[in-house]
Structures are given as structure tokens and as C-alpha cells.
Design a protein around this ligand. Sequence first.
Ligand SMILES: NC(=O)c1ccc[n+]([C@@H]2O[C@H](COP(=O)([O-])OP(=O)(O)OC[C@H]3O[C@@H](n4cnc5c(N)ncnc54)[C@H](OP(=O)(O)O)[C@@H]3O)[C@@H](O)[C@H]2O)c1
Length: 338
Amino acid sequence: MDGASYRAIQLEQFARTFRDATQLVHLPKIAPAEGQIRVRNIWCGVNGIFDTQIARNAISYIDIATPSLTGVEALGIVEAVGPGVADFAVGDAAVTVQFKGGYREENTDSAANFAKVPDPSRDWLALASTGVSAAIALEHVGALQDGETVAVSAAAGGVGHIIVQLARLRGCRVIAVCGGPEKAAFVANLGAARVIDYRAENVGAVLAQEFPDAIDVAVDTVGGAVFDAFLQNLAPLGRLVVAGAASDLDDTPELITAPRVAHQIYFKGASIRGFMNGRLTELWPATRERLFAMHAAGQLNLKFDSEPFEGLETVYDAIDRLLSARSIGKVVVKLGDA
Ligand SMILES: NC(=O)c1ccc[n+]([C@@H]2O[C@H](COP(=O)([O-])OP(=O)(O)OC[C@H]3O[C@@H](n4cnc5c(N)ncnc54)[C@H](OP(=O)(O)O)[C@@H]3O)[C@@H](O)[C@H]2O)c1
């Protein structure tokens, strides 16, 4: 291909893995039309669980036809500006958080689908995507109040490590669940009051012993026994936010026989709430700007996984890394130089 093309990862068919469902394609560079900008991407963010569900056509609210571009978030530099665009100039840094906007070396799209960021640092990418999810799940869906007791699973992950910090900033007591001593040390350093390494301790037993009926807000992205343990230890009026179910990814959902959850929540006046960020887009701009301001003020410590990935073709390995449950912090891929 000549210099007038760029590479992207395209969903070609549905398959069990993202690797089997997609391929790298070359697409022609296009000039921005009225209201559009063209961005050359520097970073993209990896959402390995979502990507796998997309590959399996397993996300009920996204009607996806093949072929389709993939990935959600990317940050880059504005390379060209179409007629009628006042908000962006060539050389600005811009981030997008739109499905199909992530796994591609460049993106020509409506300027309305981008937000301007101060510089091409991956920090803004993590905040605009993962940070916004963390904040909306915890604060809006979880209806967090200052000083409450918060439980979070996958606490050392991209979403989880930001939830721990946002809760701490609100004066909350944080119970953090994660797998392995390295992750446990990391979240303890973020200020979690109790870290439960589920590989070493039984989450349900610890909560029943140390935090019976004490969890005001739980944000769970793992499911299974962690969901059960959070539910069983909700405080009166507690809120359990279902923000994912990573443990179901390996198999079909586990079938269980147990009393209906209605019994668990009724007398407590507790609730179980679903969180799906794509259904709350109206909250994104204000949440993003608030997180950007907090970060500029030095209030947030963003962690990126230590395994480096560079070049669009490494997205596959980056997804595997996230799915391995060994990554700590946000997984990103470098796509180009600033
Ligand atoms: N609802 C929404 O709108 C929304 C938006 C963004 C993200 N999410 C969800 O939030 C979760 C966190 O996303 P993230 O991108 O920040 O990922 P992440 O937390 O950085 O990585 C996933 C973590 O989940 C845990 N996990 C448990 N079972 C797993 C399994 N079978 N396969 C892989 N990981 C497993 C692992 O941590 P431990 O071993 O330490 O538990 C792993 O490190 C994901 O489940 C994602 O789908 C939901």
C-alpha cells in the first residue's frame, strides 16, 4: 500500500476470539468533509472483554454487521480540518470514545465525536474512556455518598484502580478485591482499607466476618462468587452495581440454584443496578471534564500496565494480556509518535 492509506482492525466474521474474527486492513486516507476532522492516532485503549464479546456478537444492545471497524477509544493529533469546524485546529490533540474509533491508525469523523485534550498523553485517553466509566458507575449509578463503605472487584484493573481513588477522594472506606500479591500491594497503596486477594482468601468469608451488612456501594465487574459475596453483605439501602461479568467470559453463564435475589434485597431496601456506559452518553462530557480537572490538579494517579505494546498489530497481544488477568492498570497500545 502507498502512503495514502492507513491500517485498521476490521471485524470480518463472528468467532469465539477477537483474533479469529478480525483482520488488519488498509483503508484509504480521506479528506475531512464539512464538519469533520482527521486525526492521526498516537494511542488506543484496549477493552479485551468488550472486544471478545463483539467478536462473538454477544452484546445485545449493539447491532453489528460485518465488516465493521473495531475498538472504542483512541487519542491522536488533528491532521486536517474540514469546512465549518471551529473547535479544532491542525496540531490539536483529540480523543474519541466511540465504538469503531479505537483500533485504527487514523480516523476521519465528525468533530462532534472528538474532545480536545491538552496534549497527546495517554492519561487523557484513560480518563475519557475508563475514567468516565469508573466515575459514572460509582457515583451516578451507585449514587455514592461521602464516607460510605465501597467494595470493588478487579480493583487493580483499568476501571477498578480509578474507582478506588474516586471513592477515597470522597472519604470512603474501600474494600478492594483482586487476584495476586502484586495487585494487592498496588491497590493497598491507593488507600484501600481492606484488600482481599481472592487467590489467597475467600471473599465471601472475609466479608461475612469483617464487613457483615456493611457495603453501601459495590461495583462488580467479575460476577460469580464475587457478585454473591457483595450482594450478601450489602448494607441497608446498599447499592450493588453490575458493571460487567468477566468470569462468565470463559464459559456460558453458570446456572445456580439459590433463593431469589428478591429475598436478599427486599427487607434491606437494597438494590441491584446495571451499569452500561453506552446508555449514559449524556453524562460523558461533564464527567470527562471533571476528571480532567481533577487530574490536572494532581488528584488522580493513573496506572498503565507495564507490558508495552507498539503498533496496531500488537492490539491482539494486548487483548490477550488483558484477558490473562495479569495486567495492572489500563492497557494501551502506542500507534504512533506525537
Ligand atoms: N458496563 C460498562 O459500560 C463497562 C465499561 C467499561 C468496562 N467495563 C467492564 O469493566 C471491567 C474492567 O474493564 P477493564 O478494561 O478495566 O479491565 P481490567 O479490570 O483492567 O482487566 C480485567 C480484570 O478482570 C478480572 N477478571 C476476572 N475474571 C476474568 C476473566 N475470566 N478474564 C479476564 N479478566 C478477569 C482480572 O482481575 P482480577 O484477577 O484481579 O480480578 C482482570 O485483570 C470489564 O469486565 C469490562 O468489561 C464495563
